[in-house]
Ligand binder design. Structure first.
Ligand SMILES: *Cc1c(COP(=O)(O)O)cnc(C)c1O
Length: 425
């Protein structure tokens, strides 16, 4: 589709093949904008669906299956691992805990590298290839680096990962290492690592694939299309998302807004953004109706994927809340831990950051800001096995004193009598 990049602040435009991450005039965020609609929505819905019967790599991808919605002209260079196509599951125990009649989760942790970052990364690395880059780089709380390392390896590119020293989970670090990325542990937090990699990409021939890169957002927005498709194009009343750097909120919001503009859907969902109390600059901004975001200097939360004090995409996230309606709220560490175990009790494993969604929904129900009969989808962003330490510590009672759902293993003598007794207890 004919598209260009446009600065959200001053409207300056750039060609789609330019290498730029922010506006050259004012440093504002860049958006991909389209000259016209992709075509007849009813025909396209059938085409998206029919691609599921094809074995061509692009058709097997839950991102490239929707390629008419994306700003790429040439599809011969796609770097794909068959991302997307993630399940939508009913979670009745989590629904009961949150106080709502019915709840579904869209599990983005069921992606090739086990987080929603793959949906954006396939587009980011494909664009890197289209502009002739040989090296891709990112700062990461873990999942971006895992995803980037995998896609770079598939594309035969070099990958440089900047991670905050000692602050990412081993599951995520192990992925970046195994996929061969040059992994730099930076003294300081995510925000410091991002500042450094942005500086580097401004002068060195290194292509930046953090979510400030608008092509990441384009890939990620297809989560909205896939979600609607799975529901027969019935839009939920509300979509709940965790908020870290706010790329995901920006992407899903853009996805829904475009689907609406282009006639695929007839209304927008409300969007609820949930942040951890210790890393909640966006929720504070929305609460205070502040005109700009004030960064939190030393963001803290055990949900390391959202341990971000200076989220880059906040202007896009504000736009999403303005257009879709919704709110930004915070949840405590113990609410996150309990919600995660509740989701687990439905047989669905996610990482702590993902559990903010169900914790946030419960809070909305408690204070009457959402109703029992609402049709809600919580987006689970990453897989349980990304951060097994958190889960094991919770169940051993080391995380939260008096954790209600703690499920410690039981030591038992190796004889049948003792085992029977243990099973009865
Ligand atoms: C990256 C990430 C987030 C935060 O997403 P943003 O786009 O940075 O707001 C939440 N959960 C998980 C598991 C992540 O990997």
């Amino acid at each position: 589709m004919n598209a260009q990049m446009e600065c959200m602040s001053c409207g300056t435009t750039l060609g789609i093949a330019e290498i730029a991450y922010t506006c050259r005039e004012c440093d504002g965020l860049l958006d991909v904008v389209y000259d016209d609609a992709p075509g007849d929505p009813e025909e396209l819905k059938i085409r998206f669906r029919e691609r599921r019967l094809s074995d061509a790599p692009a058709d097997c991808s839950g991102v490239w299956r929707f390629r008419e919605l994306l700003p790429f002209a040439d599809f011969s260079h796609i770097v794909t691992l068959g991302e997307g196509n993630t399940p939508l599951w009913d979670v009745p125990r989590a629904a009961a805990w949150a106080g709502i009649e019915r709840l579904t989760v869209k599990h983005q942790g069921m992606n090739p590298t086990a987080s929603f970052k793959d949906n954006g990364m396939t587009a980011g690395v494909t664009q890197a290839r289209a502009v002739g880059a040989n090296v891709v780089a990112c700062a990461s709380t873990g999942n971006t680096s895992a995803s980037m390392a995998a896609y770079a390896a598939r594309a035969g590119m070099r990958a440089a990962v900047f991670i905050p020293d000692g602050q990412i989970s081993l599951g995520k670090l192990s992925q970046a290492l195994d996929y061969g990325a040059r992994t730099l542990q930076i003294e300081g937090d995510f925000d410091a690592a991002l500042a450094l990699v942005r500086e580097l990409s401004d002068v060195d021939p290194v292509y930046l694939v953090n979510s400030v890169n608008p092509f990441r957002i384009e890939g990620q927005k297809t989560i909205a299309a896939e979600l609607c498709e799975q529901r027969g194009w019935r839009v939920p009343d509300r979509v709940v998302l965790p908020g870290g750097n706010l790329g995901n909120v920006s992407a899903l919001g853009k996805g829904f807004m475009e689907l609406m503009d282009w006639g695929f859907i007839d209304r927008l969902p409300r969007i609820t953004v949930v942040q951890a109390e210790g890393a909640a600059p966006f929720a504070a901004m929305i609460r205070d109706k502040a005109p700009t975001l004030t960064p939190v200097p030393n963001a803290t939360t055990r949900a390391t994927a959202i341990k971000i004090g200076a989220p880059v995409s906040w202007p896009k996230a504000v736009r999403v809340l303005d257009v879709c309606g919704g709110e930004a709220i915070t949840v405590s560490e113990s609410e996150i831990a309990e919600a995660k175990a509740v989701i687990g009790s439905d047989g669905v494993g996610c990482e702590p950051a993902s559990a903010t969604t169900v914790a946030g929904l419960r809070q909305l129900m408690d204070c009457g800001r959402a109703s029992r009969d609402e049709d809600v989808v919580c987006v689970l962003t990453g897989h349980l096995l990304k951060d097994p330490d958190f889960t094991v510590n919770y169940h051993f009672g080391r995380l939260e004193p008096g954790a209600e759902l703690a499920n410690e293993p039981v030591r038992v003598e190796s004889n049948i009598e003792a085992i029977r007794a243990a099973l009865e207890g």
